[in-house]
Design a protein around this ligand. Structure first.
Ligand code: UDX
Length: 445
């Protein structure tokens, strides 16, 4: 194929890489997406998405058809054939909370070996501050300063479940650069976007990413502590959150109390940012507490289940919702993992249901006769159970026929980790209902 110097190369077709590659192609760019996993590349070439993300597969297929998007496992081909290279490889957590940067380092060396002219290397994966400097040093070191390169930081702010929408309509784009050329190239790439574009130095851009995610996680841990206060005083967390959120300085979003945050970003980023602060000798214990509060949500939810059911051993409980949030099949760091594990330890029998995440969950918790079963519908999962637990606020749970559900259950107890229902309605329907930070409904003494 003819090599086009304006082509973009995306290295890593995980969550961030695949969305970035597909959306840049949709915006009219020619994109070479690279991954070392050959079987994944083959599927992607056939238009089969490796992740569930609304709208992504359609865009993938459209852009494959018009050949604006190609997939390869030949990283050198991708590097040689493009001028802007986005690093989107994984940055998994280490056991001490730090970040494993071996994939970023590996890619930097491969770039150094394949380089055939000026390249702008952009880090998109979430990385600790100063990583861009390390990428630059590594590329220069391994190619003996033979080619001029620029390094930039362009963090992603994509939410799972709305990643395509977030990419196409961002609140802001952050570009950390060191040279005028890099700035112009990235401003040109982001020209179609109608949002503030913040141009900063490299470290500032890197810190913006970790600071944003940590702040959002802090908001969630904060509202969860307020929910505990509400439970002990009879106040209502929904109204408290609304009353707080109407202050524009606070904002209404990310004030939903529940069983805590999960996913591939918040838990990891809070720990990584804590570790960075420690290394830089900055006392940021606030972040440690954010993480500790989040872990304690699982304990308080289990206590709640025991408050309703007393002894769990031998009881059959339906668990509705396994993904860490709605509209995704992702169970990484999902509260459901800890909760299901603890319920099994207590000897409960579990009926699990999730619209998308059961296959992933089965890999961690395989079905086990009489202990753990998976169901294809909430009704089947809830038949004959002694309680229903709601762990993810999927839309379909809001629409459940509660009268029918009550008839299916052995005892009408719902423990709702996501405040899906209204306590007054539940009282009217004759359920025992345990929400988070709101009035519980107890009918039996
Ligand atoms: C997050 C950031 O929002 C995104 O900008 C970043 O790029 C990646 O990390 P994501 O992990 O996809 O995105 O999910 P998000 O929608 O932010 O939710 C994270 C977790 O917080 C979920 O488990 C969710 O249930 C929980 N959450 C969110 C709450 O418990 N309460 C809230 O009010 C909001």
């Amino acid at each position: 194929m003819e090599i086009d110097s304006q082509r973009i190369c995306i290295i890593g077709t995980g969550y961030v890489g695949l969305v970035t590659a597909t959306c840049f192609a949709e915006l009219g760019n020619h994109v070479i997406a690279v991954d070392k996993d050959r079987s994944k590349i083959e599927k992607l070439r056939d238009g089969v998405c490796s992740i569930y993300e609304p709208g992504l597969e359609e865009l993938l297929q459209d852009n494959l058809k018009v050949k604006r998007l190609i997939f390869t496992d030949d990283v050198s081909y991708g590097i040689k054939g493009s001028q802007i290279i986005f690093i989107c490889v994984g940055t998994p957590p280490l056991s001490d909370g730090g970040t494993d940067l071996s994939q970023v380092e590996g890619v930097s060396r491969v770039i150094a070996e394949s380089i055939n002219g000026y390249k702008l290397v952009v880090e998109k994966s979430t990385v600790p501050v100063k990583t861009a400097q390390w990428i630059k040093r590594t590329i220069s070191l391994y190619n003996g300063n033979s080619q001029k390169i620029d390094v930039a930081s362009n963090p992603e702010f994509l939410k799972e479940g709305s990643a395509v929408e977030d990419f196409m309509h961002p609140d802001r784009v952050v570009i950390g650069v060191e040279s005028e050329k890099a700035k112009e190239m990235l401003l040109d790439l982001y020209k179609p976007f109608n949002c503030p574009i913040l141009v900063t130095d490299l470290s500032t851009a890197e810190i913006i990413k970790h600071a944003s995610n940590s702040f959002l996680a802090m908001k969630i841990s904060f509202i969860n502590m307020i929910a505990d206060l509400c439970e002990r005083t009879g106040a209502d967390i929904k109204m408290v959150a609304r009353g707080m959120g109407l202050d524009r300085r606070i904002g209404e979003e990310f004030l939903d109390a529940g069983i805590g945050y999960g996913g591939s970003c918040f838990p990891k980023d809070v720990k990584a940012f804590t570790r960075i602060a420690e290394e830089l000798k900055v006392n940021f214990n606030l972040l440690k507490e954010v993480d500790d509060i989040n872990k304690r949500r699982i304990d308080s939810f289990i206590s709640r289940v025991k408050e309703a059911l007393w002894v769990l051993s031998g009881k059959t409980v339906a668990v509705l919702g396994l993904s860490f949030k709605p509209n995704t099949d992702d169970i990484r760091e999902a509260p459901s993992m800890g909760i299901v594990g603890r319920l099994l330890e207590e000897g409960a029998r579990l009926n699990l249901y999730d619209p998308k995440a059961t296959d992933n969950m089965k890999e961690v918790f395989p079905p086990c006769e009489g202990r753990l079963s998976y169901f294809n519908s909430p009704s089947w999962a809830c038949s004959g159970v002694e309680a229903v637990l709601i762990l993810t606020e999927w839309n379909e749970f809001y629409e459940l026929d509660l009268r029918k559900l009550k008839k299916l259950m052995k005892t009408p107890i719902i423990i709702d980790g996501r405040n899906v229902f209204n306590p007054d309605d539940m009282e009217g329907l004759g359920f025992e209902y345990y929400p988070v930070g709101r009035k519980s409904v107890r009918n039996y003494y």
